[in-house]
Ligand binder design. Sequence first.
Ligand code: NAD
Ligand code: TYD
Length: 351
Amino acid sequence: MSKTIIITGGAGFIGSHVVRLFVTKHPDYKIVNLDKLTYAGNLENLKDIDKLPNYEFVKADITDVDAIRAVFTKYKPDGIIHLAAESHVDRSITNPMEFIQTNIVGTVVLLNAARELWKDNMEGKRFYHISTDEVYGSLGETGLFTETTSYDPRSPYSSSKASADHLVRAYFHTYKLPTVVSNCSNNYGANHFPEKLIPLSINNIKNNKPIPIYGKGENVRDWLYVVDHARAIDVIFHKGIIGETYNIGGNNEWTNIDLIHLLCKIMDKKLNRPAGTSEKLITYVKDRAGHDLRYAIDSSKLQSELGWTPSLQFEEGLEKTVDWYLANDEWLQNVVSGGYEKYYQKQYVQR
Ligand code: NAD
Ligand code: TYD
């Protein structure tokens, strides 16, 4: 094995796509998926690759100093790709403390473990922190977030991610830890937990339940297909300059209501329902507290310096996503019912 890489949060939505890409594209690397398996972690996401010889799963909590030190001592990773986080804005509004613990404290625990392990030789090592465009705050009608936009997070989620980003950069400046950060826009695709707008709406449309639209549905998000995010992470992990930040985005802005109209059209077609059936489920509900109006990202640095471009048009990606959810009803049912917890509890015991 030429490199050992710990990917944190590898059982989650984006992490599972990153793990799959690294395990299959880099058979000479050993990939260790380190995940606590919270409600959002689901090893079913990886059952197609979990028997491959270069993959290993470790159940651990990134806030547990002793457990993380033990994992680092055992595997001696050359690289860390850090995705583990509490990721849902609405949950951060009802329970901010969990976000502080995992997203901030957990990141520092990992930074300390990497620093301790690599203190005598940082050559060829890399701590890559995955973050969000939400750290930049909320845009008006125009403009784009660049890597030099000042941080202005508004939700407990984005504030916790912003804090983690600052700490990662502080470890680069203070201790010369070889770090890289990327900030990405909203992802969509397979394995997305059905509390987020797109999978929640797919599930509700399928079951003829209301599609809840916060406020007037005028908020804008830039959507990127999750596999394209995983590809960007592969490029940045290998070619990104130490100490740098890269924005990742789809150049693909949609108001929530326009996105839902498009989704409704696709769902009617796929479910053989008369045109206009799904639209009737749209229900305007109370707005999210502090709801950021618009996110939009300029990813030209990543595109021009490292040669990454998104591969899928949104319409095509959304249709693929719907196809995946309709073909994987068991996955969806297990997640909605919490049944997947039984799946992993049977297979893995607490460290
Ligand atoms: P997710 O909620 O689907 O998955 C998070 C994973 O982290 C889960 O597998 C969970 O079990 C694990 N985890 C949570 N707390 C942990 C802990 N204390 N110790 C170990 N593991 C723990 O999240 P996601 O949407 O895949 O996001 C992954 C990362 O990408 C996050 O850091 C998030 O901030 C960032 N990000 C997400 C998006 C997006 O659109 N989803 C966009 C940009 C950046
Ligand atoms: P979400 O998927 O939670 O991602 P984020 O908050 O990180 O952008 O939400 C995407 C957008 O959809 C956001 O503007 C909030 C809105 N939204 C709804 O209108 N209804 C919903 O039920 C959810 C979950 C989100």
